[in-house]
Design a protein around this ligand. Structure first.
Ligand SMILES: CC(C)(COP(=O)(O)OP(=O)(O)OC[C@H]1O[C@@H](n2cnc3c(N)ncnc32)[C@H](O)[C@@H]1OP(=O)(O)O)[C@@H](O)C(=O)NCCC(=O)NCCS
Length: 179
């Protein structure tokens, strides 16, 4: 468990699958994600088994729980993917599926905790992300957590009828404020 003030991260469980299916079938939630088609429970179970079978040194997905009153509520997932052992680099990804929890600082805190895990527990040197040009809420949350803009992949995704630029952002261990 990685615990902050209002957010904690834990390993994902098989029991979480119904939440993933509900969230990832919501077009508002997936507007800025690489998902374009309806997702069944069976498809998500297959993904979960693949995730369990993969070495923990290659990727880690964690459930985001937010403190709401005196209850911890599962609101989404965060993860460190494509971990490169030689370069000590990895890709960050996040989504909050419970839309009532958007825009309240939970994404920024979950991002900070994931970076802390990546730098302090996994000894990563570079953590990067890809974000669609029109995901202004995501870009603001990542900047607040310490990510800096690195470059642009021009018209790299097709979403909702048009091509979008994808911004690359990263944090290095040496510049991370939490270190
Ligand atoms: C992206 C996401 C993780 C951000 O988490 P969050 O908890 O909603 O974001 P936060 O509240 O921490 O930060 C949002 C920031 O965006 C700002 N913001 C919101 N709408 C904005 C807009 N239209 N333009 C500019 N800034 C905006 C907020 O003011 C806030 O900044 P502040 O803290 O400086 O005031 C979450 O909204 C989410 O999961 N969305 C759906 C899936 C997704 O987009 N995943 C990421 C794919 S790269």
């Amino acid at each position: 468990m990685i615990t902050g003030k209002r957010v904690r991260l834990r390993a994902i469980e098989r029991d979480d699958i119904p939440n993933f299916v509900r969230w990832l079938n919501d077009r508002e939630v997936i507007e800025f994600l690489l998902m374009n088609s309806p997702l069944s429970k069976a498809m998500e179970e297959k993904w979960f088994e693949g995730h369990l079978a993969a070495p923990i040194t290659s990727a880690q997905v964690m459930a985001i729980e937010a403190l709401s009153g005196d209850q911890w509520v599962h609101i989404g997932n965060t993860g460190i993917h494509n971990i490169e052992p030689v370069h000590n680099a990895a890709e960050f990804g996040i989504f909050i599926g419970e839309k009532d929890f958007w825009n309240k600082g939970y994404g920024r805190e979950a991002t900070l905790l994931t970076l802390k895990h990546g730098f302090e527990d996994l000894n990563l040197n570079r953590i990067f992300l890809n974000v669609y040009e029109n995901n202004l809420r995501g870009i603001a949350a990542y900047k607040a957590a310490g990510f800096v803009h690195e470059g642009v992949l021009r018209e790299a995704v097709y979403k909702n009828g048009r091509y979008l630029d994808v911004l690359v952002m990263s944090v290095l261990h040496s510049e991370w404020k939490g270190s």
